[in-house]
Design a protein around this ligand. Sequence first.
Ligand SMILES: *Cc1c(COP(=O)(O)O)cnc(C)c1O
Length: 496
Amino acid sequence: MKEILYSSTRGGEKGLTASQAILKGLAGDGGLFMPDVIPAFDFDPETLVGKPYQEVAWQVMKLLLTDYTEEELRYCIEHAYDEKFDTEEIAPLVRADGAYYLELFHGKTIAFKDMALSILPYLMTTAAKKNGVTNKIEILTATSGDTGKAAMAGFADVPGTGIIVFYPKGGVSRFQELQMITQKGDNTGVVSIHGNFDDAQTGVKKIFGDKAFAERLAENGIQLSSANSINIGRLVPQIVYYVWAWLKLRENGEIAEKEAVNFCVPTGNFGNILAAYFAKKMGLPVKKLICASNDNKVLYDFFTTGTYDRNREFILTTSPSMDILISSNLERLIYLSAGEDAASDRVLMRMLASGGKYSITREMKKNITDFTGGSAGQDAVAARIRELYEKTGYIIDTHTGVASAVYEQYRAETGDTTKTVIASTASPFKFSRAVMGAIQGDLGDMDDWAVIDLLKEKGGVPIPPAVEEIRTAEIRHNCECDPGEMEETVAKLLGL
Ligand SMILES: *Cc1c(COP(=O)(O)O)cnc(C)c1O
């Protein structure tokens, strides 16, 4: 099999193995690691119909993580996708109202981040071993609500690692906040910052770029890595479930051999939908990738006009994990659309950093017509959640609601009848107040637990253990700081 090497989108680092790229997280020049070529499937997808999730994962991931041995990669997969998931299928596909919902929330923290963050700690510790790293690996992660909890659940008490999570105070749901501040594990740290998600993400990237700080850490036997979707070790496991969804449709006789499908993905940092694009590039029959945005519709505007412009009001919505104006992973698509030209990417990213804005060329725009953008405001999302419930009894969360509303618009506007899979990114229990508010109208002064009980009764599905745990969990973290104090806060938490 051909060895795949990784290089920075900005050209400053080249020729890393997959395990080295995973260990580093972000390239030293601020760019993101990309494979030098996106490999094609070396199997006929038809031969995988009916195979377990773990087998599909192995077939897909081995093509990109070529320096992991079969034994290593299978070890990571078997330990990640096990009883931590509440269904053997790992990611069930549910048909409702003319679309297919790919439920990516059956892991420990009931959001899609579990799909990649269940395996990342295994990939990371294996990578450390392979590369003779003896430093402690400290994971720094900015979160819009779900990554932080999923990453901590994965890394808690993993020997040789530590994790610090930054989340925007007031920018996550109360349930998301409780999930994080009650996190157990002696190697976990949680900090709320007085700012929004973009401030948290920019602050983390800044710490990664600070060479003096890296030296100070190294003297103490510590090196940094990232669990954000800028880490290629997040992207690769996410490709698997798109292949899996297509295989399920084949297995259920919903599509013919080689029939192309659409994927509609509720998008924030552009990591999830980028994985779908990789699946297409690798050979999965895919027609359109529908990028669904909430009121922070910077990506919708980008796909419509070719101009990315973050200079706008940051809006707090009922889908907080998508409240993002700087979608980091878009840089990977920009790089690809420029013909993998690091120089072009560098220029555009410099413009983004200085003026908050850039435009791509007509040529680049032509290279990304696989994508189409859509956006749905909060009222449209609430109306769609209610409509779907009234028609089918199926209850979706607010993020999935954005995608579902966008898909309805897309179908009406284009008349495209291609079978479409909607990425269902969180359990409705994670956002029960917004979800029940959509279905029921005014909830008055009903407390959070009463709302959760009501959701259970209406949806006819049991309350996930992740929710039950929160009822009685003790609060263990209460650290806060300004965006400018993040580095010193890290130093303090690490006891430097
Ligand atoms: C993170 C998240 C998203 C956005 O995914 P990206 O990969 O950042 O685009 C959507 N929905 C939920 C529930 C999330 O947690």
